[in-house]
Design a protein around this ligand. Structure first.
Ligand SMILES: Nc1nc2c(ncn2[C@@H]2O[C@H](COP(=O)(O)OP(=O)(O)O)[C@@H](O)[C@H]2O)c(=O)[nH]1
Ligand SMILES: *[C@@H]1O[C@H](CO)[C@@H](O)[C@H](O)[C@H]1NC(C)=O
Ligand SMILES: [Mg+2]
Length: 246
């Protein structure tokens, strides 16, 4: 048998992978397939938190449950679109692993990186391992120059003001010790990109051990982004808020 290189992690913990979805019918099956492919000898469950997607995401998830089993794919739906922050909290209530991974459904967060998150945690004993685009071997794909500059500028500004000791503040591809996620998420009130930043800044202020692994972030192919509007204004307001409260 040819052994999958990426899956050869050799740890015995259980991992709960929380994937929030809103209209991800075209992405969810692929992401689930890829998670199974890359975590072949790891004990894990996938918790899909779907907010009543009108595109029938839940029908696909139910088919996936038939294929992989309801103990591996948990569907924890909510009646309507209630936002990402509370979607994580909702998923977390149903998590039975010692570790929790949070990732997007749109393939921006590629499951091929999961073994490196797990390995890094195991090697270092970290409380949190966060994916970073801003180190060697990390990066973004499918963004134009303007978007790259905005993202980079926002990150540099936040680094300067908040000095959190983490290179990528707004990325959301992360692995947490479950107890640590329970603790940190309670103290966070922000929404959107600021939420991810608040999580890591508060974790850093609480002196949790945070490690990073390089990831390449790829822009979504199917569907459209759910975060829109005056993102930059919201981001700056969030930055000021964190500056004053942490
Ligand atoms: N359950 C739930 N999931 C959401 C909501 N908004 C976005 N998502 C999911 O959260 C992830 C990130 O959203 P996305 O639109 O890709 O944000 P972006 O990548 O920052 O533009 C995707 O898996 C979405 O399907 C929501 O209100 N509820
Ligand atoms: C890493 O994994 C091995 C095998 O499961 C385990 O014995 C060891 O305690 C782990 N290390 C940490 C820091 O969790
Ligand atoms: Mg996305």
């Amino acid at each position: 048998m040819v052994k999958n290189k990426g899956s050869d992690v050799g740890v015995h913990n259980k991992y709960s992978i929380i994937i929030p979805t809103y209209n991800e019918r075209l992405n969810i099956a692929l992401i689930v397939f890829l998670v199974f492919k890359h975590l072949r000898d790891v004990d894990f469950e996938i918790i899909v938190v779907d907010d009543g997607s009108p595109d029938g995401t839940q029908d696909i998830v139910k088919q996936l449950q038939n294929v992989y089993g309801e103990d591996r794919i948990l569907l924890r739906a909510r009646p309507r679109k209630l936002g990402l922050g509370t979607a994580y909290i909702h998923g977390l209530k149903h998590a039975s692993g010692e570790f929790v991974v949070i990732m997007d459904a749109d393939l921006s967060h590629h499951p091929k990186y999961l073994p490196s998150f797990i390995r890094k945690q195991n090697e270092t004993g970290a409380n949190i391992v966060t994916g970073t685009r801003y180190v060697k071997d990390g990066g973004v794909h499918g963004w134009n120059l303007m978007r790259k500059l905005t993202s980079r500028g926002a990150n540099v500004l936040a680094q300067t003001l908040l000095w959190p000791g983490v290179s990528d503040l707004t990325g959301s591809f992360r692995l947490y010790q479950k107890s640590v996620l329970d603790d940190v998420i309670k103290s966070c009130v922000s929404k959107g990109y600021v939420f991810q930043m608040e999580m890591i800044v508060r974790a850093s202020r609480k002196n949790y051990h945070i490690e990073e692994v390089p990831i390449t972030f790829v822009d979504r192919v199917f569907g459209s982004s759910k975060l829109g509007g005056s993102e930059i204004v919201e981001y700056l307001k969030g930055l000021v808020y964190l500056l004053l409260t942490t």
